[in-house]
Design a protein around this ligand. Structure first.
Ligand SMILES: NC(=O)c1ccc[n+]([C@@H]2O[C@H](COP(=O)([O-])OP(=O)(O)OC[C@H]3O[C@@H](n4cnc5c(N)ncnc54)[C@H](OP(=O)(O)O)[C@@H]3O)[C@@H](O)[C@H]2O)c1
Length: 246
């Protein structure tokens, strides 16, 4: 595992691979999208705001053939929006070789007794229910790939409950259950399913969770990408059902 944390793919490692990253406009998703473009992937950048997504690709003037920007608000429970989102990708590329379920929200840091029910439902929708809805729609596209990989994102509170992590923690427990169930269901196929806890990383979400912490003491999103790159590329073929921690 230690070696994997230093894993670095060769140039053009992701050539001809189409990879979807949810929540690609900032934080870990933004860094991962840029890294994948750098290593030759065709990247589908998901977000809910076109302007924010454009800022990712404009920064480095990537070739328009190598990416597309797709909009979907994960708060939505409308199944048709998930179908339309998937159909856009199907029309453009005909397949997906990788999916990283990265988008997420923190909710509030309160005890269960004081937790706002609307916020609870919203966190469960964005962090868990939308992940199920999207996974269900995207699986046929992964079946069209010769070496498909799906990554879910968990957290340190995704398998160990802790006070005042409320809906966030519960949603990540759900994500781990979803990933384990799917990995088992797909064990006789080529689709590998793994889930990553990225650990403390210098992003807006971390700042919101720990406002008094010095962000400069944390790794930047660019520094924690090795496991993602390993699991998305051909070096991890056959590796499935694993929880990995950066
Ligand atoms: N940072 C850490 O220390 C840490 C530790 C453990 C796990 N994680 C996990 O790692 C993942 C990435 O976290 P991060 O720290 O990079 O968070 P972040 O900087 O807050 O970014 C979150 C991303 O999710 C998107 N998103 C949120 N709500 C959405 C919605 N309704 N529809 C579509 N997109 C939405 C955001 O888009 P908008 O800009 O439109 O809001 C943004 O792109 C999350 O799953 C998080 O739980 C992070």
């Amino acid at each position: 595992m230690n070696n994997l944390l230093n894993y670095e793919p060769p140039n053009d490692h992701f050539l001809n691979r189409v990879i979807l990253i949810t929540g690609a406009n900032r934080g870990i998703g933004r860094s991962l999208a840029k890294a994948l473009l750098h290593y030759g992937a065709t990247v589908v950048l998901h977000g809910r705001d076109l302007k924010a997504l454009n800022s990712v690709v404009n920064e480095s003037c990537y070739d328009k053939k190598n990416y597309s920007l797709e909009i979907l608000d994960l708060k939505s429970t409308d199944k048709r929006l998930y179908e339309n989102f998937t159909n856009q990708i199907l029309k453009k590329y005909g397949k997906l070789d990788g999916v990283v379920h990265n988008a997420g929200i923190l909710g509030e840091r309160k005890t269960i007794e004081n937790y706002n029910a609307d916020i609870w439902n919203n966190v469960l929708q964005v962090n868990l229910n939308s992940v199920f809805m999207l996974t269900k729609e995207l699986l046929p596209l992964l079946h069209h790939s010769s070496d498909p990989s799906m990554i879910f994102t968990t957290s340190g509170v995704g398998n160990c409950g802790r006070a005042k992590w409320g809906a966030y923690s519960v949603s990540k427990f759900g994500v781990e259950g979803l990933a384990q169930t799917l990995a088992d269901e797909l064990k006789n196929t080529t689709i590998r399913v793994n889930y990553i806890d990225p650990g403390a990383t210098r992003t807006d979400m971390r700042k919101k969770a720990y406002p008094d912490e010095d962000p400069n003491k944390l790794p930047s999103p660019d520094e924690i990408l090795s496991l993602y790159l390993y699991l998305l590329g051909p070096d991890s073929t056959g590796i499935t059902g694993h929880r990995m921690k950066v």
